[in-house]
Design a protein around this ligand. Sequence first.
Ligand SMILES: Cc1cc2nc3c(=O)[nH]c(=O)nc-3n(C[C@H](O)[C@H](O)[C@H](O)COP(=O)(O)O)c2cc1C
Length: 221
Amino acid sequence: MEFDDVIHTRRSVHQYSDADIDDETLYDLFEDVRFTPSSFNLQPWEFLVVRGEDLERLQSVAYGQKHVTDAAAAVVVLGTLDPGDHAERVTRDLLEKGYLPDEEAAEVRLDTVDGLADADTETRRVWTVQSCTLAAMSRMYAAWGRDVASCPMGGFDADALHEAFDVPADYEPVVIVTLGYPADGAADLERPRKFRRPTEEFVHFDDFDPVARESPTPADD
Ligand SMILES: Cc1cc2nc3c(=O)[nH]c(=O)nc-3n(C[C@H](O)[C@H](O)[C@H](O)COP(=O)(O)O)c2cc1C
């Protein structure tokens, strides 16, 4: 599928066929995810692939959302809260390939990452969610390019997910993505596209002047 088609025809799909996604196809999707950009190139993502009966456990932490068990697989995108996890390898690579001029620059970079690692939890959460969210999107496009439909899900209880899947506290559950071949008609392009805000409404050239808000701003309260 052409990339333009991938973007324009992707839908969040809730109904999946009974067909499994073979391991090779599933694995290939992650090969594509490798090329997602990330903050400092630190690649803070981990992907927990849930299949078979384990999907019921995932469904229970996702407020019972039906499509979790209808899917062939679901991927829990987990973001490390420790920016130092891969910093040494990433920085050495930058130095070897000439992206950093010298050892001193590499040390400066590692110190910057150390500084981030010492930041409060909220700062590290934002840091990891930014990159992991992009990885999740890469994954959904990679999937749809191979006819595998998906649905991103933020509706889950993160504490319950930690417990149900033994996820250590220093990994943030960012998003769940269900995956599967769509059931007949579930990704039907004949169905009207859900509302999208017009481009000119949210693009602000030169000055930021937001318009068309439906709810009062906090300052109006
Ligand atoms: C961060 C995020 C969280 C979402 N959470 C859920 C969810 O919990 N359950 C669900 O069915 N869809 C969820 N969605 C899917 C949206 O409802 C869907 O993307 C939106 O309605 C637009 O539809 P489309 O993706 O088909 O264009 C989520 C999407 C995003 C980006």
